[in-house]
Design a protein around this ligand. Structure first.
Ligand code: NAP
Length: 257
């Protein structure tokens, strides 16, 4: 068997089209574009690339984007003051603080302070609480993207056995909640899980977000399963996922590259 390829690039293009329509409707209603602020602290090169790409794509969709760069060493009190100012600014509809943040800032302190209705990353305890309660909220983008891909690929989640490998706050945990909400039977695996391969082999839907190059091998996958590889790992000569693509493509029914 050779797995059907789930084309994330094409799905992303269609998501951006929908977002652009939403931005146009917002502008019609409010007489201004939706305003997004991206906050970066320090000079981490990866954060720079992420922030630039997010700003560019949001602008292409029709948002008014402001990028703020704060110096390394910014205090929590300074960050709190900025987050409070943006919370009160009616022209700011959403804000993103690029993680990780350098000391002395901490992610929990930022998540606790950010205005939940403008927390487009969906990391604040209020938004995570709403997610767990199954209520409308701003939701973390990566697991939301996985749900979009699964729906787009026509995967039936009702009663399906879903295994999420990884339990981070930005991917694994919210992913499990989103799959549960759709009536999948969900197992969350992590670094202490015993016999991970056997648990993965049970999955009709396998979502892997670990950060270990090509960890999931062909014999870890149930024939015909849908496999979503969230991982992005940089090897010396190439980027790769957490799933061994060539092996798993021989077994899975559908697979992201
Ligand atoms: P993270 O915070 O480092 O969490 C990794 C998770 O994997 C942890 O829960 C950890 O378990 C688990 N894990 C580590 N080694 C394992 C092993 N040998 N067996 C089973 N589980 C193991 O990572 P993350 O932020 O969730 O990101 C995961 C991957 O997704 C990375 O490659 C990252 O680059 C990628 N990513 C992609 C996107 C995207 O949009 N495509 C977005 C975010 C992240 P413990 O909790 O027990 O330590």
């Amino acid at each position: 068997m050779s797995a059907r390829v789930i084309d994330g690039r094409d799905a992303a293009r269609r998501v951006r089209e929908r977002v652009a329509e939403g931005c146009a409707a917002f502008r019609e209603r409010h007489g201004r574009p939706p305003g997004l602020v991206g906050i970066q602290v320090g000079d981490d090169p990866a954060s720079e690339i992420y922030q630039r790409n997010k700003a560019q794509q949001a602008e292409e969709c029709g948002m008014a984007v402001e990028r703020m760069k704060l110096p390394g060493g910014t205090s929590q009190a300074e960050m709190d003051a900025l987050l409070d100012r943006l919370a009160a600014d009616p022209a700011v509809d959403g804000m993103l603080v690029q993680l990780p943040v350098p000391d002395p800032l901490t992610e929990p302190a930022i998540a606790a302070r950010i205005e939940p209705t403008k927390d487009v990353d969906g990391f604040s305890p209020v938004n995570i609480g709403h997610l767990v309660r199954g209520e409308p909220c701003l939701r973390p983008c990566t697991p939301s993207g996985v749900m979009w891909l699964l729906d787009d690929a026509g995967v039936d989640l009702e009663g399906a056995s879903a295994v999420v490998v990884g339990r981070s706050l930005i991917v694994g945990k919210p992913q499990a909640m989103m799959l549960l909400e759709r009536n999948a039977t969900v197992t969350i695996a992590h670094s202490r899980t015993k016999d991970l391969a056997a648990i993965c082999r049970e999955a009709d839907v396998l979502v892997v977000a670990v950060g270990r190059p090509e960890m999931v091998r062909g014999d870890w996958v149930k024939p015909g399963a849908t496999v979503i590889d969230v991982g992005m790992n940089r090897l010396d000569d190439r980027l790769c996922g957490d799933v061994h693509y060539d092996e798993v493509a021989q077994v899975a029914g559908a697979l992201t590259p």
